[in-house]
Design a protein around this ligand. Structure first.
Ligand code: PMP
Length: 411
């Protein structure tokens, strides 16, 4: 634990949007798993770029071009350090979805054949499921699933039968966007390595809530989005392990990634540089770097996780006290390590719950949460999800619980 003291009320002052109102009610933003809010430090970094040195990067030999290139590359270094990667292993994309599609439509299409197997889990977000279905259709490879057990955890008891010598890639989430549970990646990565399979981690919901170390995880690919961790939309990361980059072709072709071009052929730059074609999301990447600086300067990841789990515990206890509400997920674990709570209210559709709460300033998510197969497996068509970040408070949870009580009484 570091010596950073996280004064939540002070941190909230960095987020101008948290002072907004809906229908004259103070905003309570509990939809952080969908996207997080942005602090002034991130907004200012982007505004400074646009108002003081807006220019393209890696091409314009002028003062602004150079300054923009330095700021963009510094963001890469900052992000790399945050997950213990090398800067050369960090590729800017538009987000988690593009990062996963990148691997699916380059490495996977080039390497998978009929009878090969792709392993994912039943927890996956559509973004880490549908691209693999496409790869399976195109290559004849088969998708196998690590199931979710009755205790809501991934059931690893048959892992050796699921990940076999036919497995070429294991694409697994770091944390469930529906249940809020972090996945124990160790046994999964260990088994994948035993059989020589590559590992992709969908870290969209994990890197924003806990310290991630790509070297310790020992994955080959990792995907995550800036917007879920204080940065703007439109920028994400694909980590590709250095040693693997010779085997992973470019995903897109065009300016910026080429070495030499003739009318009938082209060659490209080496290593990471071959992956960033066209004008990059420059302002967004600079904003992403500022977001990571914010974490480094102001946030203790362990304290943050404790605070979020405490909010989960308060929400779960309160919802259970109201009654007629079924919490989805391993309750005891969520109270200790969760950052979100999904639930269904008996006899009331989740969209009605969301609409009611929204009238009183509370933003939450309702629906299948981009994980339709998991919803079907659980036997629901939709759920309510309240997802927390470090800037949420106990008072906000209590206010939300009071409105949930009204919903139970009024509907
Ligand atoms: N994976 C998970 C686990 C997610 O929660 C999300 C976003 N909800 C994604 C992938 C996709 O992220 P993005 O929409 O930023 O590409």
């Amino acid at each position: 634990m570091s010596d950073k003291f996280m004064d939540i009320n002070k941190l909230r002052e960095d987020f101008p949007i948290l002072k907004e109102k809906i229908n004259n009610y103070n905003l309570v933003y509990f939809d952080n798993a969908a996207t997080s809010q942005k602090p002034n430090q991130v907004l200012d970094a982007m505004l400074e770029f646009y108002t003081k040195y807006n220019s393209n990067i890696h091409r314009s030999a002028n003062a602004f071009g150079e300054k923009a290139t330095i700021a963009f590359e510094q963001a890469r270094v900052t992000i790399a350090k945050f997950i213990n990667a090398e800067p050369e292993e960090i590729i800017f994309t538009s987000g988690t979805t593009e990062s996963i599609n990148f691997v699916a439509f380059t490495w996977a299409l080039d390497n998978l054949k009929p009878a090969d197997e792709i392993v994912i889990s039943e927890l996956e977000h559509h973004s880490n499921m549908v691209p693999w279905q496409q790869v399976a259709i195109k290559t004849g490879a088969k998708i196998k699933l690590i199931p979710v057990g009755l205790d809501w955890e991934l059931d690893l008891s048959n892992l050796d039968d699921i990940i076999t010598k036919n497995t070429k890639i294991v694409a697994i989430t770091g944390a469930s966007n529906v249940l809020g549970t972090h996945v124990d990646l160790k046994p999964i990565v260990k088994r994948a390595k035993q059989v020589g399979a590559k590992v992709l981690v969908d870290a969209a919901q994990s890197v924003s809530h806990k310290k991630i170390d790509v070297k310790a995880i020992d994955c080959d690919f990792m995907a995550f989005s800036g917007h879920k961790m204080l940065a703007p939309t439109g920028v994400g990361i694909l980590f590709i392990k250095k040693d693997l980059q010779d085997q992973v072709k470019p995903y897109q072709f065009g300016g910026g990634m080429v070495f030499e071009v003739d009318y009938d052929k082209a060659s490209w730059l080496k290593n990471r540089q071959k992956y960033e074609a066209g004008t990059q999301p420059i302002a967004q990447a600079i904003g992403f770097g500022a977001a990571i600086d914010y974490f480094n300067n102001k946030i203790d990841m362990e304290q943050m996780a404790k605070h979020e789990a405490n909010l989960c515990k308060r929400a779960i206890d309160g919802l259970q006290a109201i009654g007629g509400i079924k919490i989805l997920g391993p309750i005891d674990r969520l109270k200790k390590t969760g950052h979100l709570v999904s639930f269904v209210v008996e006899g009331i559709h989740s969209h009605d719950v969301a609409a009611y709460l929204s009238d009183f300033g509370i933003c939450i998510r309702a629906g299948h949460n981009c994980a339709q197969p998991l919803a079907k497996k659980i036997g629901i068509d939709a759920a309510v999800r309240v997802s927390f970040y470090f800037y949420n408070t106990e008072d906000e949870v209590d206010y939300f619980l009071s409105k949930m009580g009204e919903i139970r009484n009024n509907f």
